[in-house]
Design a protein around this ligand. Structure first.
Ligand SMILES: Cc1cc2nc3c(=O)[nH]c(=O)nc-3n(C[C@H](O)[C@H](O)[C@H](O)COP(=O)(O)O)c2cc1C
Length: 237
């Protein structure tokens, strides 16, 4: 949108400047027709009428040169910005594809790294006989345990309180993970604070001692890494 607007403005100005250069007399007539009120008001009508066409030609020429210079400089800038944006996007994709986690001998840290890399995972709980699933993002490694975070007011928290069996699923573009576990509520301030320190953005909504913030660690967990090309890898913690 910006670039189109810029091009339109450039074309309008360049047409005016070209017109001024090649049809100087006509340009002066038109200019006078539109701006005579101003020249009269400013008391410079007489000067205007004696305006030299050479001045108009020179001004138009300077205008044309300046406009062209400005146009090409701006286009180069747009081009550079586009290239940078493309490079950033490609880099993002590269990270996803090349930053492969070594799944040869996975442990709990591998699971943590994988979930961190995915950024979003899906947490399933049970409500009576109905599965419930939602996106989650918080994952913290604290005292050798994997923690997730939520708010006690949420349904997900109430469901886990009633039935602590959960399942987590995440996919990084190549590999996916499924973790079945039971969650254990940890009401210690230090566990909550550790989580909030790792997710500073959560501090807008949660405080370690606000009676709502809840952290739970995964117990009796079985995590399985799957891909289309390799055998599933299982890790228990
Ligand atoms: C990308 C993403 C990450 C999220 N991470 C969390 C999280 O870590 N903890 C949380 O309580 N809610 C998180 N949410 C919000 C929950 O998905 C949302 O509150 C959900 O409705 C909770 O489930 P419930 O409605 O069954 O209680 C996240 C949402 C999105 C879109």
């Amino acid at each position: 949108m910006t670039i189109i607007f810029f091009k339109v403005v450039f074309i309008v100005f360049i047409v005016i400047a070209l017109f001024g250069f090649f049809f100087t007399r006509k340009f002066l007539d038109i200019q006078y027709r539109f701006f005579s009120w101003y020249y009269k008001l400013a008391g410079i009508e007489a000067q205007f009428k004696t305006k030299s066409p050479a001045v108009i030609k020179t001004t138009s020429l300077i205008g044309i040169v300046f406009l062209c210079f400005f146009y090409f400089a701006a286009m180069e800038d747009f081009e550079k910005k586009n290239q940078n944006a493309a490079a950033v996007a490609t880099e993002g994709q590269k990270t996803e594809v090349t930053e492969t986690i070594n799944l040869e001998d996975p442990d709990m840290k591998t699971v943590y790294d994988f979930l961190k890399k995915c950024e979003t995972y899906y947490l399933a709980t049970v409500e009576n006989d109905q599965p419930r699933v939602r996106p989650f993002g918080t994952i913290d490694l604290f005292e050798d345990k994997l923690y997730i975070q939520t708010g006690k007011v949420k349904n997900v928290s109430k469901q886990m309180a009633k039935n602590p069996k959960v399942e987590i699923c995440a996919f990084d573009g190549n590999t996916w993970i499924r973790i079945e576990a039971v969650v254990v509520n940890d009401d210690r301030i230090e566990a909550k604070q550790h989580m909030l320190d790792n997710y500073p953005s959560l501090r807008q909504m949660y405080k370690a001692d606000d009676n709502n913030t809840q952290v739970l660690y995964l117990k009796d967990a079985t995590a399985t890494f799957y891909s289309f090309t390799q055998e599933p890898k299982v890790v228990k913690f």
